[in-house]
Design a protein around this ligand. Structure first.
Ligand code: DHB
Ligand code: MG
Length: 226
């Protein structure tokens, strides 16, 4: 289910704009070896996230759903001096693997704060740290975790994101289900309702400007205006 071969458009973008260095290649290789390749974002999507981080210049970015840290590394490389990326992963084996793989790139280490735990639990903890002024409010939030919880992740994100900040969601076509395309992938009613809520809430929020970047998976982007 490789993201690299889903369309000629993405293959062209990947080969022209989204060159992986040895560390990114290593992570992709580890995902392939463990039969998890394709659940990560593709190279072009990783590079697009990096592009957004470079524009938004967040002081605090949060990633919900790290897997082996492939998107994490793309994003980390565009962080400004003194900025931080908190990346959350529920699965302890994935979490350990991501830490190990990313630590091989010594240029990004100090900017990353890995958290192992359930997304909503870790977000609740981050809320406390924001209230205690141990963390600033986030200005970039990337949602790429369990699809049935996108609704809850969005509620948290809309409440916490700074004005000028950006919320991004991966897989917002929900494996074709949002656009009536049968890709032979099952989903749940909870995931369907959650993804509908995610896209429609952002589309209709008066204080956000939002759209979907039509990657094969769909990537919703929303800019908080006020
Ligand atoms: C799945 C999850 C993802 O975040 C993704 O990008 C692709 C697939 C999945 O759960 O199958
Ligand atoms: Mg995804």
């Amino acid at each position: 289910m490789s993201r690299d071969t889903n369309s000629k458009v993405e293959a062209y973008i990947n080969s022209t704009f989204a060159h992986e260095d040895k560390h990114l290649k290593n992570i992709a290789e580890a995902l392939r070896k463990d039969d998890k390749f394709g659940i990560n974002v593709g190279a072009g999507e990783g590079q697009f996230l990096q592009f957004l981080i470079g524009l938004v210049k967040p002081k605090l970015a949060i990633e919900i759903g790290m897997l082996y840290g492939y998107s994490t590394l793309w994003m980390a490389r565009a962080l400004s001096e003194g900025a931080k990326l908190i990346s959350i992963e529920v699965d302890v084996d994935n979490y350990k693997k991501a830490k190990e793989l990313i630590s091989q790139d010594t240029s990004v280490g100090s900017r990353l704060d890995f958290r192992n735990g359930n997304g909503l639990d870790v977000l609740a903890q981050i809320s406390k740290e924001i209230s205690a002024q141990k963390l600033p409010r986030p200005d970039f939030i990337f949602v790429d975790a369990d699809k049935a919880n996108y609704r809850n992740y969005l509620d948290w994100a809309m409440e916490h994101i700074r004005v000028g900040g950006v919320i991004v969601g991966d897989n917002t076509f929900l494996f074709g289900h949002m656009i009536g395309e049968d890709r032979g992938e099952k989903t749940s009613v909870a995931a369907l309702e959650s993804m509908r809520y995610f896209n429609e809430t952002l589309a209709n929020a008066k204080n956000f400007r939002a759209t979907i970047i039509p990657t094969y998976e769909g990537m919703t982007v929303a800019h908080r205006l006020s």
